[in-house]
Design a protein around this ligand. Sequence first.
Ligand code: OXD
Ligand code: MN
Length: 601
Amino acid sequence: MINTDGNIPTDRDRRQNLKMPLFENKPELNDPLYNFMKILRPDNIIFVDNPDFYETELTENMLKTGELIELNNNYYRNSYLYRSNPDDVARTEKDTYISSREEKNAGATNNWMEPSELKSRILKLIDGSMTGKNMYIVPFILGPANSKYSEAGIQITDNQYVVLNLMKISLVGIEAIRRIEKEGKFVLAVHVTGNLDKNNRYIAHFTDEDLIISVNTAYGGNALLTKKGYALRIASVHARDNSRMAEHMMALEITSPAGQKYGISGAFPSASGKTNLSMIRIPEDMPGWNTQLLSDDIIWMHINNNSLYAINPEYGFFGVAPGTNSKTNPNAMKAFNRDTVFTNTALTEDRKPWWYSLDNSVDKVYGWRGNLTDDLKNAAHPNSRFTTPVKNYPYLSDKFYDSDGLKIDAILFGGRRSDLIPLVREAKTWAQGVLFGAMIRAETTAATTGRVGILRNDPMAMIPFCGYNMGDYFKHWLDMGKLVKNRPRIFYVNWFRRDSDGNFMWPGFSENFRVIKWITERLDGQTNALETPVGYVPDISTFPAGKVDTDTLEKLFKIDYSGWLNELNELIPFFTRIGSQFPDELWREFYDMKGEIEKHL
Ligand code: OXD
Ligand code: MN
């Protein structure tokens, strides 16, 4: 079946029978692909060298089988709805493994299994699993095509939905093969749909071998392996070893009315407003300001000219649909009205994708499982998604295509917290900023399976995504601060404070830009802040608060010392669990902060 001579087919007639080798100049690069072909035994091998061609082809196939539903072309051009298996709708962290050779390199916050044990379990599940099916070989580049900071890899999969989504979120095509040949190495990501058995699901990262295998799931975060699997878990290991950073962050370029530019990045746990912030619209009373998106979810940072620069390893959004509307994120709506695959949203009778907060002018819709329903609140799945190419976004930074990327001046951390955490505060030093990131605890949402609304420790929003020991990761952050001369300043924001009646105290969305403006003033040394044990907080007399009254502002910036002491005490067991690799320097920062808080009690 596998023909080992001949060339790569690139046209329609030859596509169904890929002739190996894929790599002619470095034949040894073919070996891992051969190995998996022998195990998986597909009927056909399809090399996705030309995404435009395959986009049309796969869409046609999936419309014929009913897997895709064509949306109303008057409102959503070239866009489709896909309904997943109801047991496969979110990331499953219990099935996600960091299988490093040594257990201590995975650390206490990751699932670990010895690599040969994990492989033998997986091999039993995937042996012969592509017989009767096509195997798609999808080569990709993560990052700008011309950047030395980008990396290339190959995903293999038997799933057309996965290929279609990969082509929207990653730079797929033949150029990746050329890059891999030049670099002599690549990350291999193997995806097998299997029978979607949720009791035998694995998303396994062999971090010492640049190998990912995902089986019995087709959900985006588990199966689009260019995203969380490679761009975060594997890339965080590469970053650790190369004085770089791979972070679960949005990034945005801001231009002031005077033409001054600022690069801002931000890490927030899943579904805590990261996408909305990356696409923020400026309030109407702030003419002259501009924002342009670099990334909505992931960045890779490197040192350049003594500063930190960020590139975006992705080429598309895989965003949460519910909550998006013309008030919360009008810019996303401009991007996903074409070329988009919606997954598990509801559908209106006139074939538009739908979720409760989008519009309330309907009485019934088709729910995410296909049934006509008037239970509107539950009609879309809470983790339903849109997959849209970044190039559709109207306000994309030109740094997106730049080989060096965007210079980062400020890093934001944050999370959804209804009490205690001020609207914004600034770390006094880089090390204190690292502690800010390590201290993130946020209320959980629907992006992963499990309970919603409980507090979860999620340092740098990386708990589900760090490919190595969290203690070593903190150390890496501290070390990076020592290597970069012009360090970005670090801030912590919380848009989600509520009053005693449960109402939000800060209006959020566009209004968050006022906080960003304050941050730019801090970067320029234009505004004073008050020093507290938990960082600098704004002086409310000069804070650009918009319509929020002074009383509320005072509450938003008040430091509740006994609440903070409690917060720190609750962090101790979590930090302790990380174990001996938790850096002493970070413990010192922590106890300094605790000591300062105690002085106020
Ligand atoms: C995502 C996530 O899908 O963080 O981006 O869960
Ligand atoms: Mn994310």
